[in-house]
Design a protein around this ligand. Structure first.
Ligand SMILES: [Fe+2]
Length: 263
C-alpha cells in the first residue's frame, strides 16, 4: 500500500500498525561532508560522530568522504589533503569506538576553467577507483560542462553527476539523456524526496526514480541537524519504490562497483 507521502511531500511518521521495513546492513554512503571543518559540512568531530550514529541506525557501515573541491571557495581541498584528513578522522572514530569505515574522495564543482584545474591537479576519485563525483550550479547548460565530462571520459575516468534533480535547468532530461548515453552515472539525494529541497527537486527525483535513471542514491550528509530529513528520504524511497532496488543502490552497487568488494 502506498502511503500519502508517496505522492506528496511529507515525512513518514512511525506507524505502529504499519512499521517501517527492516533495514539491510552494509550501506555505503558515497557522498558526504563528514570531515570536520573543511567545507560546509560538519564543524566538529562531535558532529561527525553524531551523524555516523544516525547513519548506523539505518544500516550504513561506511562512507566515502567527499568534501567540496572548489578552488575559489575551499582552496585547501585537494586529494593529498583529503586522504590525510580521512585517515585522521578514521583514527578518531577508532579511538571513540565507532565501528565505521571511511574512504577518501571528493565532490568536484565544475566551473568554466575546470579542465585547466584538472590538468594541474589530481582528479578526485572515489576510494581510489576511477569514479569521480561531480556537481555544478549553472543556470544554463554551457559547452564547457560537456567538455569537462568528455575530458574525464577520454581519460578513462567514470563521472558520476551528483543530485541532477537539484539542477534548475530547462530541458534537463534531454541533457541527462546525452550524459547517460556517454556512460555518465547519476546519483540522487534522498532528501529531495521529502520536499525539503523544493518542489522542483522533488518532482524531478520522483520522475527520475520512476524512469530508473539513478545508478546510485546517497545522503549527501552535512550536519546532524539536516540528517533526519535525509534519512526520512531513504524511508520514503524504500516505502514508495522498490525497496530491494533502493538497497542495491546503497549497498551492492557502492560496494561492488565503486569499492570493488565482492559480496
Ligand atoms: Fe555534496
Amino acid at each position: 500500500m502506498l502511503h500519502q507521502f508517496c505522492s506528496s511531500a511529507s515525512r513518514p511518521e512511525p506507524d505502529p500498525q504499519n512499521p517501517l521495513p527492516p533495514h539491510r546492513v552494509g550501506r555505503i554512503d558515497i557522498h558526504c561532508h563528514l570531515i570536520p571543518g573543511v567545507d560546509d559540512g560538519c564543524k566538529t568531530p562531535e558532529q561527525t560522530c553524531e551523524c555516523i550514529r544516525q547513519l548506523q541506525r539505518v544500516g550504513y557501515t561506511g562512507s566515502i568522504c567527499t568534501p567540496h573541491i572548489w578552488p575559489d571557495l575551499f582552496p585547501d581541498n585537494d586529494m593529498p589533503r583529503i586522504r590525510q584528513w580521512t585517515a585522521q578522522l578514521q583514527k578518531h572514530l577508532d579511538h571513540v569506538g565507532l565501528d565505521y569505515q571511511l574512504w577518501p574522495g571528493g565532490e568536484l564543482r565544475l566551473f568554466d576553467g575546470v579542465i585547466d584545474w584538472l590538468e594541474e591537479n589530481e582528479p578526485p576519485t572515489l576510494a581510489g577507483s576511477r569514479f569521480v563525483l561531480l556537481d555544478f550550479w549553472e543556470s544554463q547548460w554551457s559547452r564547457w560542462i560537456d567538455d569537462a565530462f568528455d575530458w574525464l571520459i577520454e581519460r578513462d575516468y567514470q563521472p558520476i553527476l551528483a543530485h541532477p534533480e537539484r539542477l534548475g535547468l530547462d530541458d534537463l532530461p534531454r541533457h541527462l539523456d546525452s550524459l547517460q548515453s556517454r556512460g555518465v552515472r547519476l546519483q540522487g539525494n534522498f532528501r529531495c524526496l521529502t520536499g525539503e529541497e523544493g518542489p522542483q527537486a522533488e518532482k524531478w527525483i520522483r520522475q527520475f526514480l520512476a524512469e530508473g535513471r539513478y545508478q546510485l542514491l546517497a545522503m549527501d550528509a552535512h550536519r546532524p541537524d539536516t540528517l533526519a530529513s535525509r534519512i526520512a528520504g531513504l524511508e520514503v524511497a524504500r516505502q514508495c519504490y522498490d525497496a530491494d532496488d533502493i538497497d542495491r543502490k546503497t549497498i551492492d552497487l557502492p560496494r561492488q562497483v565503486i569499492l570493488g568488494i565482492d559480496g
